[in-house]
Ligand binder design. Structure first.
Ligand code: NI
Length: 167
């Protein structure tokens, strides 16, 4: 397994729209393993392939207390959503920035698992938020895009400054 490099906002590649996975093969499973390792090492609770500059519809999530329940969603689609919930979000691609985003409280998601088998999952709470956040990444959207223009500009300035300082 390998730890992959995570793209940081405002990298334009984060706005790439991911393509569906045509076949779940060993190469895809290797990528999923690497994404899991990268997410745990960061550490984070969710990672989309977009964030490691692979533009395929794959996300990994682990919202368990123990950090030992990796969930994989390939070609995920939200088929139903309900209610509204506000939660403070962060993102491995936007280090050090946290802000409140309003999303659906409950979602139903259809996807393929790491063996290519279709499944349907009803999610609420943190898992529901995480699924919506990660699917956004596959559509080229970062949570910062939900914030005001002023906040977006501030975040860009701060992260670009940080980037220059660490180069
Ligand atoms: Ni994110």
């Amino acid at each position: 397994m390998a730890i992959l490099k995570i793209l940081h906002y405002p990298d334009k590649r984060l706005h790439t729209v991911a393509a569906p996975v045509a076949q779940v093969d060993n190469a895809i499973r290797r990528l999923i393993d690497d994404m899991g390792e990268t997410m745990y090492a960061a550490p984070g609770i969710g990672l989309a392939a977009t964030q490691v500059n692979v533009h395929k519809q794959i996300i990994v999530i682990d919202v368990s207390e123990s950090g030992s329940r990796l969930q994989t969603f390939i070609n995920p689609q939200i088929t139903a959503s309900e209610g509204q919930a506000e939660r403070e979000e962060g993102c491995l691609s936007v280090p050090g920035i946290f802000d409140t985003v309003t999303r659906a409280a409950k979602v139903t998601v259809q996807a393929l698992d790491r063996d290519g088998n279709p499944f349907t999952l009803d999610a609420e709470g943190l898992l529901a938020v995480c699924i919506q956040h990660e699917i956004d990444h596959l559509h080229g959207k970062v949570f910062v895009d939900y914030l005001s223009r002023l906040k977006q500009t501030r975040i860009k300035t701060r992260l670009l400054k940080h980037l220059r300082e660490t180069m």
